[in-house]
Structures are given as C-alpha cells and as structure tokens.
Write a protein that binds this ligand. Structure first.
Ligand code: CDP
Length: 210
C-alpha cells in the first residue's frame, strides 16, 4: 500500500506520516528533506539557490549522508528548500529517487507537496493535510523553539504565508490536492486526534480499493 500525504508547511503531515508508517510497518520518506538537502549543498558550496545548473548537480549528487535531519530542519533551510523546489529541473532530478522508494513491494508512506499528484498518482491512499496559517505558525514556532532556535511568532507566520504562496503559485508541481485525495483539516485536532482521523481515512480507502 502506498500512502501519499501532501500539504502546506507545518500542517502536521510529517508527524502523521511517521505515525502511519509505524502503524502499518511501512518505510517512510519525508521528501521535503531532499529539497532541504539540495538547498544545503548549494549553500555550503557558496552557490546561488536559483542557479539551475548547480541546483540540478546538487540534487543529483545527494547521498544518504546528506539527510542528517537535525541540521536540515531549521527555519532557514525550509525557506531555501522552497526556492530550489520551484526549479522544474530540480524536481525532475529528484523524481526517480522518490518513485523508486515508493515502488518497494510492501509499499511506503511519502509526505511532501506533489506525492499524490506527480510522484505517486497511483497511490491507494491520498491525504491532503491542512490547517489554518495561524495554527501552523504556532506549531512551527513551538517546534523551532524546542530545537533551540530563537523564534518570533510574527516572522514564522510571515514565512508560512510566503511559502504557501510560493509553493502554490509555482508552475511545476504546485501544492495542490489531488482530485482523489481526502482533505484532513487538523486545525482543531491534537496529534492523537489527527492520527485517529488519518487511520480512519486509510481504512476506508484500503477497503474500497480492494
Ligand atoms: O514542514 P515544511 O513544509 O516546512 O517542510 P518540508 O516539507 O521539508 O518542505 C520544505 C519546502 O520544500 C517546501 O516549502 C516546498 O517548497 C519544498 N518541497 C517540495 O517542493 N516538494 C516536496 N515534495 C517537498 C518539499
């Protein structure tokens, strides 16, 4: 079974993806890390984030050691990932890696922006996870504070709005719910509530597609 989770920044898709993967014993790929790692490689080499040729080279050169989550999770890297993610050739360079992860016989859980629309249009289960910008900014501010980053709620909210706009307006694989995705609004849900709702969606989808 392939479970595709898409949604805007800090909507809760990453947490849900980890929980669903553990529940069903499936491997999980947080595809945002690929874009974050590409951005970090460019920054480390002193290149511009919008240099298409260098960005594609960086995406192609990603190795497993590039995915040290802790250093990729910061605020700056999320913003930079959104810039490289808007380059169609970078998305193309990262496509095969994602599809091959999803093609394991047991299936997989992938979370990102275009899993249900571009990477795995055949996924049995597609969930589009959303929450209000204010709720997402609150969650992200808490998460960054826990990481020890200095946070300013207003700046985090501004980041979220800017990122929503960039991710939704880009021409290549914009943030968009697939026509056959179920939308899960987590604004009023805590983690356990969201996990319960997601499990119900998976159960319903799995039953209807056998
Ligand atoms: O949780 P958050 O959305 O902040 O982080 P993320 O999922 O790691 O995504 C960071 C950025 O990478 C997003 O704003 C997108 O621009 C980009 N991204 C993408 O374009 N496609 C994906 N499948 C995943 C992330």
């Amino acid at each position: 079974m392939i479970i595709a989770l898409d949604g805007p920044a800090a909507s809760g898709k990453g947490t849900l993806a980890r929980r669903l993967a553990a529940h069903y014993g499936l491997p999980h790929l947080d595809t945002g890390l690929l874009y974050r790692a590409t951005a970090r490689a460019l920054m480390a080499a002193g290149e511009r984030l919008d240099d298409e040729r260098r960005a594609v080279e960086a995406a192609r050169g990603l190795a497993l050691m590039d995915f040290d989550e802790d250093s990729l999770r910061g605020r700056e890297m999320g913003e930079a990932a959104s810039v490289v993610g808007a380059i169609p050739a970078v998305r193309e360079a990262l496509l095969e890696m994602q599809r091959s992860f999803a093609s394991r016989p047991e299936g997989a859980v992938l979370d990102g922006r275009d899993i249900g629309t571009v990477i795995c249009p055949q996924a049995q289960v597609k969930i589009f996870v959303t929450a209000s910008p204010e709720t997402r900014a609150n969650r992200r501010a808490l998460e960054l504070a826990r990481r020890g980053e200095k946070v300013d709620y207003a700046a985090v909210l501004e980041d979220i709005r800017k990122r929503d706009e960039r991710d939704s307006q880009r021409s290549s694989a914009p943030l968009l719910a697939a026509a056959d995705a179920v939308t899960l609004d987590t604004t009023a849900l805590d983690i356990e509530g969201a996990v319960k709702a997601a499990l119900a969606i998976v159960a319903e989808r799995a039953a209807s597609k056998v």
